[in-house]
Design a protein around this ligand. Sequence first.
Ligand code: HEM
Length: 493
Amino acid sequence: MLFPVRTRDLVVLLTCFLVHLAFRNKRKRLLRLPPGPVRWPIIGNALMVPATYVHKFYKKLSEDLGSKIIYLECLKQPIIVISDFNIARELLEKRSALYSSRPPFTMTNEVIGFNCLLSMMPYGDRWRLHRRILIQNLSEKNIPEIREKVLDFIRKGLLSNVLQNPDNIREHLANTIGGFSLSMTYGTPVQRQRDPLVHFAEEVFNNLLGAGAPSKYMVNVIAPLKYIPEWFPGSGFKKEAKKIRSQLDHLMEEPFRETMGKMDQGTAIPCFVTQALERGDSTDLDHEQYVQCIKEIGVEIFSALFETTFVPLMTFFLVMQKYPEVQRKAQEEVDFVVGYDRLPDFSDIPHLKFISCVVKELFRWNPIVPIGVPHATTEEDVYMGYYIPKGSIVVPNSYAMLQDEQTFPEPEKFMPERFIASDGGLRDDIIDPEFFVTFGFGRRICPGASIARSTIYITIASLLHLFNVSPALDAEGKPVDFQPKFRPSSVTS
Ligand code: HEM
C-alpha cells in the first residue's frame, strides 16, 4: 500500500539531513588534526619531505613534535605518520574496515599503467579476489613443497657458489633468492650462476620499486603532472614509464607463457602457476579472466619474494663481519643442534633459539620496509580526539617503531640477546619483529611472511654451519674496519 508523502514529513527529513551535514562539517572544523609542522598555503609540507631516508625524517619530526601520530599535507593530500606500534595496531588492525586501502601510486598505476599488483590495489573486490587466490595457493598444504625447493636452491646453489667464490656474496644471494622466486612461481629452471632472467628481473623490480616511491617521481606527489604531454620539458618520467612498462610486460608474459606451454606438453614442474591453474576457478571469472588473474598474481609473488627476502640476508653478512661474537654463539648453537654429519634442515629450526634472536634482531636493526607500505583511509575517523580525514595516506613508520630507544635501548647496536628473558626464555614484553611490524598490519598484512621466515632461517643456519664470515684483510693482514651504511633508494633505504 502506498502512503501519500506529506509536506511535513519531507520537511522533517530534510531538516534531519541538514542537521547531519552541519554536524559533520562542524566536527571537521572543531576537532584538531594530529600535531604537524607548519603548512604553507596549497603546497602544505611538500617541500620539506626529503627524497631519501624519509623514515628517519619522520622519526625525528615525530620526536620534535612530541607525538607518535603526526599530520602532514602535500598539495592538499593528508598524510598521517604513525611511529608507535600500539597506535598502528589500533588504527590499521582494530579499525581495519576504514584503514585498508592504498594511495593512488600514480606513477605505477596510471603513468606506467601497471595496476594489477595486489600490493598496490585499492581496497575492494578485485583486491579481495587476488589476495584470496594467492593465499589459497600458498597455504600450509603447499609449504612442505616450497620448503623442499628452498633447500634445493641453498644446498645446490648458494652453498656451493659461496665455496667456489666467497668474494661475490651479493651475486650469489641474488641468484639464489631470484632463482627460488622464479622456480616457486613458474617452475622455471635457472642457471646456477648469473641467470639472465634473474638478472633482468632484478633490474625491473628495482625500477618498479622506485616508481612506487613517493619522492622519486614528482608525479607521485603532484598527480595532475600525469596529463603533461610527452614533448613537454620535464616529461622524462613518461619515457621512463614506457621503458618500465615494456620490461614489466616481458617479465609478466614470458615465464608464464613458457609454463603454460610445458603444462600442455605435460612437462611443467609444479609451482604456483601450475597449481593455481589446475586447482581451477572457484570465482565468477570466465576462464580467460582467471588465467589473466593468475598471471598477475604470479608476477606479484615473483617480485615480492625477490625484493624483500634478499635484504635481511645481505644484512646478515654485514652483521657477521661486524659482530664476530654473535657469529660464534650462533655457530655453536647450530653445531650443537645439527652435529657435524649432515646439513641443517627445517626440523632443526624450532631448536635454534639464539638464531631466532639473530633473525629478530636482523629485522629490527635494519627494517626491510622502513616506512611500511602506506595504507589509505576510506572514511573519515576520529582518534585520540584527532580528526583523520577520508583519503588520508597512512604511513606506519616501522623504522621508528623498531628503533625506539625506550623499547630497544641502544637501538643502533646489534644485540640478539635483547630478546632473551632473564629465565632464558624469549621475552614476551617487547615487540617481536619476527611477527609484528616487519610484515605490516591488519587486512593488508604480508601473505608471504611464513615463506620469507622459513627461507631466511634455513639460509642463515646453513651458511653458519659451513662457513665463517669475516671482513677483508688489509695489507698488514688485519681485518678492515667499516661502518655499515644503507643505500637510500631501496626497500632498505
Ligand atoms: C622478509 C620478507 C618480506 C617482508 C619484510 C615483507 C613485508 C611486507 C609488508 C610490510 C607488506 C605491507 C603490509 C601492509 O600493508 O601493512 C607486505 C605486503 C605484501 N607482501 Fe610481503 N614481505 C616479505 C616477503 C614476501 C613474500 C615472500 C611474498 C610472497 C610470496 C610477499 C607478498 C606480499 C604481498 C602480495 C603483499 C601485498 C598484500 C596486500 O596488499 O594485501 N611478501 N609485505
